[in-house]
Design a protein around this ligand. Structure first.
Ligand code: BJW
Ligand code: ZN
Length: 255
């Protein structure tokens, strides 16, 4: 075991409270594409065409086609060893808040699998960028379970049963506000945690990227797990260069 991993293990073990911030990298080994970097989604697609409210207003069919493809892709993926180790740790400790930028639902799936017959609540994440598997009305804002999407034309796209406006995926696009209750809960956890464990995010997208800085500002430590240096590396007490599924179980598992 490397010195950094041993130090990080001790800090995590001794922390009275911890917050975990995850990004697309934690799901990379499950087969979910990341956004940035060589093979990331933003290398193949333009965020401005797909992940902004303006793009949806301009071409909702194209946006839905892309999200329908991603729903299918993610539905075929499963939580990996990093999601599982985090879920077990959070269930066991009860003083851990998992905050994820991911919309793939893999933390919640790992939490339910780890809890079995028990209540998974302690390991359910705060999903600050929403969920791929929930719809929201673009008119009245009502949230609902996802309906099957036929993106052949605008006239076949799903509509709100209450007001008739187009439904959209309940994810947070660029230029949109995050859910204020979810963000406040994440911010509160980050601002009081002894340790912030940051896994698999480029830490470029705000306000999520400021959460570890909140922990640091009040005297807590930041531990980063990422194969590459990021915007956050300089603020991290310990930066472990490695893949999440290999490193995270080493940090959190007992023994
Ligand atoms: C591995 C690995 C392995 C690989 N193991 N690791 C302040 C300053 C500057 C700009 C702003 C600011 N405040 C607001 C902004 C604007 C904007 C923003 O941040 N822009 C920046 C890009 C400059 N933010 C917003 O618009 C946000 N809204 C907002 O702030 O509202 C208030 C407001 C409104 C209007 C004006 C001003 C303020 C909303 C942001 C919404 C982001 N949405 C997306 C799409 C979600 C839906 C979807 O999935 O389709 O969220 S964009 C995309 O980026 C997605 C992600 O959650 C997010 C973060 O990406 P993440 O997770 O970090 O992924 P990657 O790909 O970037 O990185 C992966 C990492 O994993 C890499 O580091 C790899 O090395 C690593 N990795 N394999 C571990 N095996
Ligand atoms: Zn509606």
């Amino acid at each position: 075991m490397s010195d950094d991993i041993a130090r990080a293990r001790a800090l995590l073990r001794d922390a009275a409270t911890a917050v975990v911030l995850t990004g697309a990298g934690i799901s990379a080994e499950s087969g979910v594409p990341t956004f940035r970097g060589g093979s990331g989604l933003w290398g193949q697609f333009r965020a401005e065409d797909l992940a902004t409210p303006e793009a949806f207003a301009r071409d909702p069919r194209r946006v839905w086609e892309w999200y329908a493809w991603r729903r299918t892709l993610v539905a075929e993926c499963a939580p990996n060893a990093a999601h599982r180790a985090l879920a077990e740790w959070a269930l066991h400790r009860g003083t851990v808040t998992i905050v994820t930028q991911n919309v793939d639902g893999l933390h919640a799936r790992a939490a339910r699998e780890a809890a079995g017959e028990d209540d998974p609540a302690r390991a359910l994440p705060l999903e600050v960028h929403g969920s791929l598997f929930r719809d929201k009305c673009s008119g009245c804002g009502t949230r609902s379970d996802p309906v099957p999407v036929d993106a052949t034309s605008v006239s076949t796209l799903p509509r709100c049963p209450r007001c008739g406006a187009l439904l959209r995926p309940d994810v947070v696009w660029f230029g949109e506000m995050l859910d204020q209750h979810v963000l406040a809960a994440a911010d509160g956890a980050a601002a009081t945690a002894d340790v912030c464990l940051v896994i698999g995010t480029s830490a470029l997208v705000y306000p999520a990227a400021s959460l570890p800085l909140r922990t640091r500002a009040h005297g807590g430590v930041v531990i980063e797990v990422n194969p590459e240096a990021t915007a956050l590396t300089r603020a991290a007490e310990i930066s472990i260069r490695g893949a999440a599924a290999a490193v995270v179980p080493q940090l959190l598992n007992e023994g």
